[in-house]
Design a binder for this molecule. Structure first.
Ligand code: ACO
Length: 402
């Protein structure tokens, strides 16, 4: 690691690194990734252990405060979160301003940004108490906001949160309960949902997290910063990849068509890429994909659709790609998004909700990173440099002479 902080002021030199492949923009003690080993740790704890033994709310506590909670601390944290699960009643009017067929991510981006208007008593970033309240509010309300976006899109009434349910079950309840019908969350589905939240909770300095940090570096309020993160996550190369991966698996449709799509992915003239494959940091199997594959099997077996053609295509595609020299040479493995779409689809979510669910999960990671940045004594406004390659100095030409 070369510390080049004062390189420019001392020498006039700066580095050129599009995509930040070799540039660290911060110190962080939250998440560690060893991309070559395929290792992911939250505050030092391996992701597979957390996915198996912990719960999403406990993981939230860990990411935010650095240590696993005691039973009393977890209970207190859970109570603080559930106190804030409802959104302001006026927010209902805000939803009505959106078209029925608006993408849920468009709604979530807008509503999270608008939280600063509804909760401006927690926008002072210099007040640690307000920072804490804003953090808890977002962790508590994001599931409600995303579930409301879903209900709005399917034309059903909003369902209020149920604070007697755990985080994942409450989210499923708000999405799938309908008036006058009993809805009971299956524990296997709730566990799969909780795992999806846990596996997506943080991933160090990815594009959306870096966006949150960059937005926060100007001292923008936390709701605005998280809304910026949601907007960045929407892209198909980032959070939109699970939606794109499922669409691709369905487009392939059957195992016999896999070679055709593998050939397209390898063809440099064809913009097609295997969605859910490859990662900027993992040059080995994404440890989250392994847990996700296991979870997909559990959910599909509960629902009695073990022979689901999409899962079959996914497993066969993975097998063929992992033996293909093109993918081997480039160290392209399935990432977290490859199997998550299959689970979400089996649970009953439309693909348009996938990225919104990712945003719910990642909110805690964004907040933990934002808080770490705000508390960093070395914090500076982010200001990347550029290599200018436009026109040199020229005189203005009057419009009649152009
Ligand atoms: N299918 C086919 N070829 C690929 C794929 C893919 N999915 N991913 C990378 N490659 C190839 C590239 O064409 C390139 O080949 P070349 O060296 O012959 O030119 C080489 O592998 C390196 O690719 P880069 O784009 O330089 O790798 P980078 O690290 O910048 O990209 C990314 C990572 C964006 C994730 C990429 O692998 C991709 O587009 N994957 C599909 C989208 C996806 O699944 N995104 C989810 C990421 S995980 C997340 O956000 C939670």
């Amino acid at each position: 690691v070369i510390d080049i902080r004062s390189l420019y002021s001392k020498t006039g030199l700066f580095t050129y690194d599009p995509g930040f492949t070799s540039t660290a923009a911060c110190d962080s003690a939250i998440t560690y990734i060893d991309g070559d080993k395929g290792e992911l740790l939250y505050r030092g704890y391996p992701i597979d252990q957390l996915a198996e033994k912990s719960s999403y709310l406990e993981v939230c506590y860990l990411l935010l405060y650095g240590e696993l909670p005691t039973a009393a601390e977890l209970e207190d944290f859970g109570n603080r979160v559930t106190r804030h699960t409802m959104v302001h009643e006026q927010m209902h009017y805000f939803y009505r301003g959106f078209r029925r067929d608006a993408h849920p991510m468009a709604i979530v981006t807008g509503v999270v940004g608008a939280m600063a208007a509804f909760y401006h008593d927690s926008t002072d970033i210099n007040d640690p108490v307000q920072r804490e309240i804003a953090s808890i509010r977002m962790i508590a309300k994001l599931p409600t906001i995303a579930a409301m976006a879903y209900k709005y899109s399917v034309g059903q009434p909003f369902v209020y949160p149920r604070n007697d349910l755990d985080y994942a079950s409450n989210f499923l309840h708000m999405c799938f309960a309908v008036p006058a019908e009993e809805y009971k969350v299956d524990p296997v589905i709730a566990k799969a949902m909780d795992r999806i939240f846990t596996l997506h909770a943080d991933h160090e300095q990815n594009a959306s997290t870096s966006t949150v940090r960059l937005s926060g570096s100007s001292d923008a309020n936390p709701f605005a910063c998280i809304a910026a993160g949601v907007a960045c996550l929407w892209g198909p190369a980032h959070g939109g990849a699970n939606e794109a991966a499922l669409n691709m698996l369905r487009q392939i449709g059957s195992v016999d068509r896999i070679p055709e799509f593998i050939a397209r992915a390898k063809d440099k003239e064809d913009p097609f890429r295997l969605m859910g494959f490859g990662h900027r940091v993992y040059k080995n199997y994404d440890p989250r994909a392994a847990v996700m594959q296991e979870s997909a099997r559990e959910v599909l077996s509960l629902l009695g659709v073990e022979n689901n053609p999409t899962l079959q295509v996914a497993q066969e595609l993975e097998k063929i790609a992992l033996e293909d020299q093109y993918f081997v040479d480039r160290k392209l493995y399935p990432n977290v998004d490859f199997y998550s779409g299959i689970i979400l689809d089996a649970i009953g979510f439309p693909t348009s909700m996938f990225t919104a669910i990712f945003a719910v999960s990642r909110t805690v990671g964004w907040i933990a990173q934002w808080k770490e940045m705000i508390g960093d004594p070395q914090k500076k406004i982010g200001r990347p440099r550029q290599l200018y390659n436009g026109a040199t100095n020229r005189d203005y030409v009057d419009i009649r002479q152009r």
